[in-house]
Design a protein around this ligand. Structure first.
Ligand code: GTP
Ligand code: MG
Ligand code: NA
Length: 451
């Protein structure tokens, strides 16, 4: 038996600092590079214990946990309203969660939504009250523990912080949770810890890491025991086209071992079980964000849970994101198990409407959800570049209804061979890498047409 790293999902409202927190821990600057400043894919990063010890120093060597749990496996989720399904996926996967709240903003719609997801899956969590460096008069102490920095603040600043922490305590109380500032918690089983931090200066991050390791050791070790020889179990996060590899699946393996040439079972968008054989397993280096596709992946013949990996295999076209992943073995009815696990996440479309193309199923789901809320009918929703068939079909739709001659293309290009077809048609392309912006442009176009 081996103990794997707990999967820790970071959830919260848009711009409350999820990616920045993980950037601090990884020593990276992913948040600065995101299109539109928002996270639009689910991410995953392994943080080994060495790194945690480096950040925490003496703080953690006092604890007895460091040899037991190999590290923390973080999942970054988008906070933008459209990405409920990705937040759910992050919540469903998590052994533990960090609910992040901007201390100056308090609870916002997606904070409540995230809390509901955690309730639904009964995921234990801590609350992080972020951006304490923005409190009026706060004196920053880079990388310090919360306790150390707090002691050095002026009385008025301390009071301001506590007033804001108690607002969070009050909100959580209304939602059915008892909570306290972490250093005043008397019973970790019944009270939620609130840790004030600054993801930018690193203050308080020591306590976040120590708390997560402590909770994992105290309450999760049984759940984290894995059998290193058992056939792997995992979840598909995203389906992505990669140059030179074709369609690949980004997955989290949370139990067992996965090997090249293993036969795996996955779920299709029409809720059927599909089997395929693994051609290669690619794994980002520790501390690298899996969704950062500019980073190098390394090939492995086998991986043991917990691991975030990219899998290349034939016949992945119909796999649905969120699908369970199982290695076929003789003594289990894998098909039944998968069918039991899957929730219905297929994208249904209307007879008439616009065409939506996106780079991954996760982002496709997000756009479709936004368009539905705006009551914009969708004729087809698919992943991949805009191709000739898309343009022909959109031209036909255009003849029926001007408003339906539009293609929404998120994070994808027009196939070079099809650019001329597009130029010669009256089809209107809305292309970009910020979902909100594309939809706003589309709405402006409709308004103009109606005038
Ligand atoms: P989404 O993924 O889009 O939901 O946002 P997020 O929660 O990942 O937030 P992100 O990390 O992108 O941060 C949003 C903005 O807040 C960025 O400009 C960050 O630099 C800033 N920010 C995050 N944490 C802090 C903090 O502790 N202090 C200050 N001053 N700014 C912060
Ligand atoms: Mg983010
Ligand atoms: Na953001």
């Amino acid at each position: 038996m081996k103990i794997r790293s707990p999967i820790v999902s970071v959830l919260g409202h848009v711009d409350h600092g999820k990616t920045t927190l993980l950037d601090y821990i990884r020593g990276s600057t992913i948040a600065d590079k995101e299109a539109g400043g928002i996270t639009q894919h689910i991410g995953a990063t392994e943080i080994p214990n060495d790194t945690i010890e480096e950040i925490c120093g003496n703080f953690i060597s006092r604890l007895t946990i460091k040899d037991l749990i190999p590290g923390l496996f973080f999942i970054d989720t988008p906070g933008h309203a459209a990405f409920t399904s990705l937040r759910k996926r992050g919540g469903a996967l998590a052994d533990l969660a960090v609910l992040i709240v901007d201390i100056n903003d308090g609870f916002k719609p997606q904070t409540f939504e995230a809390l509901n997801i955690l309730k639904m899956y009964r995921t234990p969590f801590i609350v992080v009250a972020n951006k304490i460096d923005m409190l009026f008069g706060w004196e920053t102490h880079e990388g310090a523990s919360f306790k150390e920095s707090f002691e050095q603040q002026a009385q008025s600043v301390k009071q301001d912080l506590d007033t804001k922490v108690y607002e969070i305590v009050g909100t959580l109380h209304k939602e059915g949770f008892q909570s306290e500032r972490f250093d005043r918690v008397s019973d970790f089983a019944s009270q939620i810890s609130i840790i004030p931090i600054s993801a930018r200066s690193g203050e308080g991050i020591i306590e976040v890491l120590a708390m997560l390791l402590g909770l994992a050791q105290e309450y999760l070790t049984e759940q984290l025991e894995i059998n290193e020889d058992a056939p792997a179990k995992g979840t598909v996060l995203e389906i992505k086209e990669e140059v030179g590899l074709g369609l690949t699946i980004d997955s989290i393996i949370y139990d067992g071992v996965l090997r090249t040439n293993d036969e795996i079972a996955l779920m299709t968008s029409s809720n059927e079980v599909l089997t395929t054989k693994i051609r290669s397993i690619l794994r980002p280096l520790p501390l690298e964000e899996m969704r950062d596709s500019k980073k190098k992946f390394r090939k492995f013949d086998e991986v043991v849970a917990a691991a975030g990996i990219k899998i290349a295999a034939p016949n992945l076209d119909d796999v649905v994101s969120g699908s369970p992943l199982r290695v076929l073995s003789d003594n289990e009815n894998v098909e039944e198990e998968i069918l039991k696990e899957i929730e219905d996440i297929t994208i249904s479309t209307e007879d008439e409407g616009i065409l939506v193309k996106a780079d991954t199923l996760g982002s496709l789901e997000a756009i479709v959800k936004l368009l539905r809320e705006l009551e914009i009918p969708i004729r087809e929703a698919d992943i991949g570049d805009v191709n000739r068939r898309d343009i022909i079909n959109s031209s036909i739709a255009l003849n029926e209804n001007d408003a339906h001659g539009a293609i929404i293309a998120f994070n994808v290009n027009v196939n070079p061979n099809s650019q001329e077809d597009l130029d010669n048609s009256d089809v209107k392309l809305f292309k970009g890498d910020v979902i909100y912006q594309i939809i706003e442009d589309y709405e402006a176009w409709i308004d103009e047409m109606e005038q």
